[in-house]
Ligand binder design. Structure first.
Ligand code: CU
Length: 740
């Protein structure tokens, strides 16, 4: 599953071409858009096979995806009559290996051409076929696309590896740009050196404009203009971090305290030996028996003191993981969710140690042992104390290969996917999973969240600072302390797929403040530093975090909105802070606060907020429509009515009734009787067999496409989330926003 927040109110989703029950235009559905506020999914059409592409924002807020698989039909290949790699008549998908698909998120009619995916087998194309390419945006808003498979496989090589550049036509060792710089794409020596384990290479643009690239055991700084590579140290202990080892990998927050110096953190992955990895066909070993790594390493590729970059051992993950992924949270911490304790990403019918098809113990999955427990990394905590899972609710839904996670504008985290299956399979041990979850980080315990005003719709690289106003009604306690404890964060969630968030960045803006006598906080906020390499141009969300409690994110565009050299101005100069000694906030005060509140300001006083009903909880949000299918909620309701709907799960404040919210949803009502959907959360982490037979297994009614346009027919997945209506958040329905 691939997801991104395309606009303040919508998550765009692309999925694997396979036999999803939901149909659109006479074929299985592979794309939808999910409205965050109403929690409804609307099907969208794409023509080319988008799995497993790279994806990236563009400077104007559009998103693009690059590459994918050949056309596939039932069985995940071209074995059906009439099926070719160029087009499959059953699933009606065209080859996507060179496709560039673009969408401009918009507020209008989702089915209108302006709001739809631009995607055509004869349309915009890359110079080369790329499946699982690396992707990184540059300071001018263009995108580098690096390497990839030609037509897939477990890892990107043959054995013996006599042709590490091309693997006899299986590997693509070149790189190219979007928009194209013309000419024949040049070869990346790094792709040859890392042959086999270099798909979805980890890429991070550095302040100098060079790119940090990590794959296999190797690391470089890369000048992609001159195509010159500078070796950096190998990954310690030869732990593989790229797909399919799939470590959680992220750039830590860029802050005034670290002088905007990027540090990259790698956690988990796999230490399988070079032999054990196997080849395009399969791994040598039974991966599901091989424990994933707990090891974390961090590296600062361009130290400001001029010292040589080195990998530094960091605190171990609480539980070893493959396919974990980092989500930057607006309190400056990093959440890890998803993944498994054993094995790797990828799927297949066999390994070189289990050669009989059907003998693999976990269906087609090369991973096992789903890890449902979230963990939060605090980069500012002392070594030895950076990880915590205390109080975080554990999910019982397996999130293995093809899972994804994404920060939503309200500060919650959407978790979706898991599909280690060649074609749709809802009855295997790790099934094709349509049910999503929302994780509510600890700051959702606050009853009141900051309600800042004055946030601009565009930001520049340097230039005049701006003032953000935080009303006294939206925080509690001493005003000076609150001002000392206020941080302003710019977050780009990125394009999530395959345990990565491509393009994800988080930057704390420089601030000073004026505390007014009535407790109002005026936060004088600097523009981002005048270096577009630090935070590439394009869309982002701005959060104001007071005492560890973030506001809702405000959508904005950083930079000119166009591909090209970004204008820069001198760094913002901020006025000195002014305090007001007897002022205070008037929000309901004094509960214990979250242990994960921001610590970067070093303040000692910490007035928390009242603990509400939502503390680090995970809630299922039903199926996401239709890749996602139409949820037969009413069938479940009928079943619940027959059997009684008593639930032992806390369901406070979830009775939405027949009017109110439900009244806006068309003919169908929303009732609390769907609480049976929470039974999975009470099951053990490995109880997948029970999940398969559970009464709330995703259901589809198989209606024809002619009925799909009626939005009232789609399940409002929020009805399964007991926290949805009680979670403190600020309305985002402040009218249409300009965001393009
Ligand atoms: Cu994939």
């Amino acid at each position: 599953m691939m997801m991104f927040v395309g606009s303040p109110d919508k998550v765009y989703i692309l999925d694997k071409v396979e036999g999803n029950a939901q149909q659109i235009n006479g074929h299985s559905l592979y794309a939808s858009v999910w409205d965050i506020a109403s929690r409804t999914a609307t099907p969208m059409d794409v023509e080319t096979n988008p799995f497993c592409a790279a994806g990236m924002h563009l400077p104007n807020g559009s998103f693009a995806t690059f590459g994918g698989n050949n056309a596939v039909g039932p069985g995940g290949d071209n074995s059906a009559p009439g099926s070719t790699p160029a087009y499959d008549p059953t699933y009606q998908d065209f080859a996507g290996t060179r496709a560039i698909r673009i969408i401009s998120p918009c507020q209008g009619d989702i089915s209108s051409p302006a709001c739809s995916w631009y995607d055509s087998p004869n349309g915009l194309q890359m110079a080369k076929a790329r499946w699982y390419p690396g992707a990184e945006p540059l300071a001018d808003g263009s995108v580098v696309l690096l390497g990839g498979f030609i037509s897939g496989g477990y890892i990107n090589r043959n054995t013996p590896n006599g042709d590490p550049a091309y693997s006899g036509g299986g590997s693509e060792p070149t790189f190219e740009f979007y928009p194209s710089r013309g000419g024949e794409p040049a070869i990346s020596q790094f792709m040859i050196k890392t042959s086999g384990l270099n798909a979805y290479a980890h890429t991070y643009l550095m302040p100098s404009g060079k790119m940090f690239v990590q794959a296999n055991y190797s690391t470089i700084l890369w000048d992609y203009n001159a195509n010159v590579e500078t070796p950096l140290p190998d990954m310690p202990n030869q732990i593989v971090r790229v797909y399919p080892a799939s470590a959680a990998t992220a750039m830590l927050p860029l802050t005034p305290a670290n002088n905007y110096t990027p540090t990259i953190l790698f956690c988990g992955g796999t230490n399988m030996t070079d032999d054990q990895w196997g080849n395009f066909t399969a791994p040598i070993i039974n991966t599901w028996d091989w424990p994933a790594e707990t090891d974390c390493q961090r590296i600062t590729p361009e130290p400001q003191d001029g010292s040589a970059p080195v990998y530094i051992q960091d605190d171990d993950l609480p539980i070893g993981r493959t396919m974990g992924q980092f989500i930057a949270l607006p309190d400056g911490t990093m959440l890890v969710v998803n993944g498994g304790q054993n094995g790797t990403a990828g799927y297949g019918k066999l390994t070189w140690s289990t050669l009989i098809q059907g003998d693999m113990p976990f269906g087609e999955s090369y991973a096992a042992g789903p890890v449902g427990q979230p963990a939060i990394y605090n980069p500012n905590a002392p070594a030895g104390q950076r990880w915590s899972s205390a109080g975080l609710q554990t999910s019982s839904i397996a999130r293995l290969y093809h899972s994804s996670a994404l920060l939503l504008p309200d500060g919650s985290v959407m978790i979706a996917g898991s599909n280690p299956n060649i074609d749709t399979n809802t009855s295997t041990i790790f099934p094709t999973t349509y049910k999503a979850e929302i994780f509510y980080p600890p700051y959702f315990s606050a009853k009141t969240r900051p309600a800042p005003t004055g946030i601009p719709q565009t930001l520049s690289y340097g230039g005049n600072p701006f003032d953000i106003t935080v009303p006294s009604t939206s925080y509690s306690g001493n005003a000076n302390d609150a001002a000392d404890n206020t941080t302003v964060w710019l977050i780009r969630q990125g394009f999530t797929t395959h345990a990565m968030n491509m393009g994800q960045r988080i930057m704390q803006l420089n601030t000073t403040y004026t505390v007014q006598n009535d407790g109002t906080l005026i936060i004088h906020t600097a523009q981002p530093p005048p270096n577009p390499n630090l935070f590439q141009p394009g869309p982002a969300f701005l959060f104001v975090t007071v005492n560890g409690i973030p506001s809702n994110g405000s959508y904005l565009i950083l930079g000119s909105g166009q591909v090209g050299t970004q204008p820069t101005q001198p760094a913002s100069v901020l006025p000195a802070s002014i305090r007001a000694d007897s002022a205070s906030g008037s929000a309901p005060s004094n509960g214990s606060s979250s242990s994960n509140s921001n610590q970067s300001s070093g303040a000692t006083t910490h007035t928390g907020a009242i603990i509400g009903g939502v503390v680090a909880a995970i809630a299922a949000v039903g199926i996401l429509g239709a890749i996602f299918g139409i949820c037969l909620a009413r069938r479940r309701r009928a079943a619940a009515a027959r059997t009684g709907s008593a639930s032992t799960y806390p369901m406070s404040s979830t009775n939405l009734g027949e009017g109110g919210v439900a009244a806006g949803l068309g003919a169908r009502g929303v009732r609390s009787s769907d609480s049976s959907a929470f039974v999975p959360l009470q099951q053990g982490n490995h109880s997948t067999a029970q999940l398969i037979n559970s009464p709330y297994q995703d259901e589809f009614d198989g209606r024809g496409s002619e009925q799909l346009g009626r939005s009232g027919e789609y399940g409002r997945s929020g009805e399964f989330d007991p926290y949805y209506d009680s979670a403190p958040r600020i309305s985002t329905s402040a009218g249409p926003q300009k965001y393009r």
